[in-house]
Design a protein around this ligand. Structure first.
Ligand code: CA
Length: 341
C-alpha cells in the first residue's frame, strides 16, 4: 500500500524549506456537510539536511500535555533554529481531542489500536494509514506524548519497549536517557495490536512514548515535564541547539530507570466498586502486600476486594476516577531496571 491510495489531502510539501502550518484534510461526509473534511493540524519546520523527527500529541483524547506542548512548539519553532526537519501533529485524533475522550466519537475506534490503518477504512484507520504511509517513512525518530487520560493517573515517565535489534535498542535507549522525565520505563505491553509504537519500531526507527500525568487534568508540573522532554528530544537528535536539561540540573532526583517486563506488573480488579488506593504515585510497594481495595457499595455486608502487589517496586500508575468495574487496571508497579545502562 502506498500513500497515493489515501483519500487524505494536504498542501504540505514535506521537502520544502521553511515553516509550513496547515492541515491533513480527511474526508468525512456527514448529514450536515456533504463534502466535509476533518482538518488535522500539522506543522512542518525544515532547514537544510539533518534528521527528521515526528512529534505526536492527541493520539488519545483527554490527554492534554502533548497537545499543549506541541501547539506551543508549533507556534514558536523557527526554521532558522532547526537543523533537519520537525513534523508536529498536536492532535492526531482531533475528534477525540475536542471531545476529551480516549476514542474517536466518529467511529468509536482507539487510534492507537488502528495502525497500520486502511486507506478506505473508518476515519481513524484512514488517518493511521496516511501517517503510516506518508509520514513515518520520512522519520528517523517519533515521539508520541500521552498521559493516563481520564481512567488512569500515571507518574511522569518516558518509555520504550524491549527491542530485538541491538542497534535499534541502543539508539532508542540513548533517546530515552536524553528525554529526562522523573522516571524512564522499559516495558512490555499487553494491550493487543495496532499501536503506533509497533508501526514505527517495525520500520527500524527510534520510538518513544511519554506518559505524563492523567486523570483528565493538565497541571503546570506535568506540562513542564512534557515541554522539557520534547526540547531534550529535539536536542538529542541535533534538530535544535542546546544542552540537555537534566533532572539534576533542576535540583530534582536523577531520572529513575524502571522496567515493566510482564503482565504481573499490571493489577486488575475483578469486581465493581469504589477503588481505595493505599499508596500515592511514586511510593514503594512490596510484593504480596495490599496496594488497595475495592468497596462493593451495592453490597454493604461484603468485605472489600483486596488487591495485592504482584511485584515489588514503585507505583507508577493508579486509577483516575474512584468507581471501577471488573477488568479495570488500578495499579501499575514498575520494578527497578535490572540491566541499568
Ligand atoms: Ca494514552
Amino acid at each position: 500500500m502506498s500513500a497515493n491510495l489515501s483519500p487524505v489531502q494536504t498542501d504540505i510539501d514535506f521537502e520544502q524549506e521553511g515553516k509550513q502550518v496547515s492541515f491533513l484534510r480527511v474526508p468525512h461526509s456527514r448529514n450536515n456537510s456533504a463534502w466535509g473534511k476533518i482538518l488535522i493540524p500539522i506543522t512542518v519546520v525544515k532547514q537544510g539536511d539533518g534528521p527528521t523527527v515526528c512529534l505526536i500529541g492527541g493520539n488519545h483524547g483527554g490527554e492534554y500535555e502533548g497537545v499543549v506542548t506541541l501547539l506551543k512548539l508549533a507556534k514558536s519553532l523557527r526554521p532558522e533554529e532547526v537543523h533537519g526537519r520537525v513534523i508536529i501533529i498536536p492532535a492526531l485524533n482531533l475528534p477525540a481531542v475536542v471531545e476529551g475522550m480516549r476514542k474517536s466519537p466518529i467511529d468509536g475506534r482507539d487510534m492507537n489500536r488502528s495502525f497500520p490503518g486502511l486507506p478506505h477504512g473508518t476515519l481513524s484507520q484512514v488517518i493511521a494509514h496516511y501517517v503510516h504511509e506518508a509520514i513515518l517513512p520520512l522519520c528517523d525518530a517519533v515521539l508520541d506524548i500521552h498521559s493516563g487520560g481520564y481512567s488512569l493517573d500515571l507518574a511522569p515517565y518516558i518509555s520504550m519497549h524491549y527491542l530485538a535489534d541491538e542497534a535499534q535498542m541502543t539508539a532508542t535507549k540513548e533517546a530515552l536517557h536524553a528525554f529526562q522525565a522523573p522516571y524512564a520505563l522499559i516495558m512490555e505491553e499487553f494491550t493487543g495490536e495496532g499501536l503506533l509504537d509497533y508501526a514505527v519500531e517495525g520500520m527500524g526507527k527510534v520510538f518513544l512514548c511519554a506518559e505524563i500525568g492523567g486523570a483528565g487534568r493538565l497541571t503546570p508540573e506535568t506540562l513542564a515535564i512534557a515541554e522539557r522532554g520534547t526540547q531534550n528530544f529535539l536536542k538529542h537528535f541535533g534538530l535544535i541547539n542546546g544542552e540537555i536539561v537534566t533532572c539534576e540540573s533542576l535540583g530534582q532526583p536523577p531520572m529513575a530507570l524502571m522496567e515493566v517486563p510482564d503482565p504481573e506488573n499490571y493489577h486488575m480488579v475483578t469486581v465493581n466498586g469504589i477503588y481505595e488506593s493505599f499508596y500515592t504515585l511514586g511510593e514503594s510497594v512490596t510484593a504480596g502486600r495490599p496496594v488497595g481495595q475495592v468497596h462493593m457499595v451495592q453490597h454493604p455486608t461484603m468485605e472489600p476486594e483486596v488487591i495485592y502487589a504482584q511485584r515489588s517496586g514503585i507505583l507508577m500508575g493508579t486509577r483516575g476516577p474512584g468507581y471501577v468495574e471488573a477488568g479495570d487496571c488500578v495499579a501499575l508497579v514498575a520494578s527497578q531496571w535490572a540491566s541499568k545502562s
